[in-house]
Design a protein around this ligand. Sequence first.
Ligand SMILES: Cc1cc2nc3c(=O)[nH]c(=O)nc-3n(C[C@H](O)[C@H](O)[C@H](O)COP(=O)(O)OP(=O)(O)OC[C@H]3O[C@@H](n4cnc5c(N)ncnc54)[C@H](O)[C@@H]3O)c2cc1C
Ligand code: SF4
Length: 574
Amino acid sequence: MPDTTQVNINNKAQAQNTYDAIVIGSGISGGWAAKELCELGLKTLVLERGRNIEHIKDYPTATTPIWEFPHRTRMLEKDIKDNPVISQCYAFTEDNAHFFVKDKEHPYVQEKPFTWVRGYQVGGKSIMWGRACQRWSDFSFGGPARMGYAVDWPIRYADVEKWYGHVERFAGICGNKDGVPDIPDGDYLPPFEMNCVEQEMKRKISEKYKDRYMVHGRWAHLTKPNPIHLEQGRGQCQARDLCTRGCPYGGYFSSVSSTLPWAKKTGNLTIRPHSVVHSIIYDEKKGKASGVRIIDANTKESIDYFARIIFVNAAAMNSNLILLNSKSNRFPNGLGNDSGILGKYVAHHNYRGSVNGDYDGPEDKYYFGRNPSQPMIANYRNLGKQDTDFIGGYLTFCGAYRGGANPQGDQIGADYKEALTEPGGWRVFMYMQGEVVPREANHVRLHPDLKDPYGIPQLITSVSYTDNDEKLLKDFLDQSKEMMEAIGCTNVVQHDNKWAPGLDIHEMGGCRMGKDPKTSMLNKWNQLHHCSNVFVTDGACMTSTGNQSPSILYMTLTARAANYAVGEMKKMNL
Ligand SMILES: Cc1cc2nc3c(=O)[nH]c(=O)nc-3n(C[C@H](O)[C@H](O)[C@H](O)COP(=O)(O)OP(=O)(O)OC[C@H]3O[C@@H](n4cnc5c(N)ncnc54)[C@H](O)[C@@H]3O)c2cc1C
Ligand code: SF4
């Protein structure tokens, strides 16, 4: 196995393997790093552990009708048994399974249950993501300072506002401008329409509660593409809601449909798939990182690549793993880890609660297409000050739909078949996206002995809920039931799915931003305090989790950091 303290040098090979910038990971955040760095003129190498995925060509199931799948998209009992972790994910189905990491392929150690959902391919999880995109507000950035947890973020909304716009305009995010304090308005394309019952829900909620706002889904879909989207080769979303298979229209944002091909057009991009990053190489003499060591997934050969700046975008837990595994004399506990914080304060979102009910809505009304977005109720808890017995808040996704027909009587014959073609009654749902407060005890670390198939230490995950999460969950369940009843729903049922951390697929933290190098890893530009040419801009950088869907913030921080990094390279010869 490669010795992490020795650089594998051969002058000719070194010159061939040298770029201006290296980006580790090609998913949502890595794609943005590649786009910005290439546009700014840097010869950029993207190292991706998985196989290549080409937009459209590599979406094998995108247009397959459900009846052509041998099991109508359901997974076999055997696959579920073989994959007790990933089979818990709602999107791991017969039509999508090829985009998810199977349990046995990439083992890790769950000290406490942690459902780690991964997509190892060019595009990462941007291919299968759910696409909800709300902006953070100062209520979220200021939360830790206001309520006394984690550490204060080194940035506020004003620092990222223009970069949100930069990302939204290019990616294409639909939504309405609602003027709601906790989810500031963005640069949006028109929203998907609310159906007739959702409009009723919105009206009744705003009548009863002066501080609760149900708004249109803010989602990464091209409802009305602008020239910049057409230039990317993407077209209008057809509202088919088959997005997690990959979209042949480019109707939703992913790295493979948008940022990576754009970066490629500059002529500055090289993507190297099958490149499992082992560690970042630290040059003790220069006092900065000199490159990245990979294991070729096919040959198991160890190869070094060199660059002036390095962006770490392997998704939060893998970014932690890579940094922890980047050991040198200067950093025996992981790159930049003088504070001992690396791997700690890991957090996620609480998706445990949901509430459902029936609604006596118009039986003669339906809706157009399959709206791939969902309305949402902005967080209304602990905004200005703490007004509950828990810390943090939650955003509520919600909506209404016609259920399936449930004809009574003989389950056979022409009448039964005919009855099945009719939609059932209206159903209303709400589910939560709750803030989880980062704690030192919630951490990841390297296993001292167990290795993965590439000789890299396996990750140990040690993450659990606290009493605060239970109180927040209870509040969501009670408040949502109350809102459902105020709307006029009947048969309202509350449900705690008891999901383990991780299944929310919003892994965050471990390499947090902060003002003080003694209590954080990254400064306000996502730059390692103690290794200035390394930037970590995926979820690992999150100081707290907020209640908003996180990926649009990773993209925003990445674009901002990439532009800063290039400016610094010019000024300070990074
Ligand atoms: C079903 C589903 C629904 C979701 N819904 C939403 C949503 O609605 N809104 C939202 O904001 N987020 C959502 N997410 C989460 C979202 O996908 C992630 O937050 C986002 O993809 C993270 O971006 P990233 O760049 O950090 O990681 P990824 O997109 O996962 O990309 C990381 C890349 O790094 C590569 N990599 C990892 N380790 C290494 C290594 N050692 N060497 C080289 N390459 C490596 C991986 O193969 C991968 O390609 C959802 C995810 C899923 C799966
Ligand atoms: S809903 Fe839109 S983005 Fe999703 S698969 Fe259909 S056309 Fe593509």
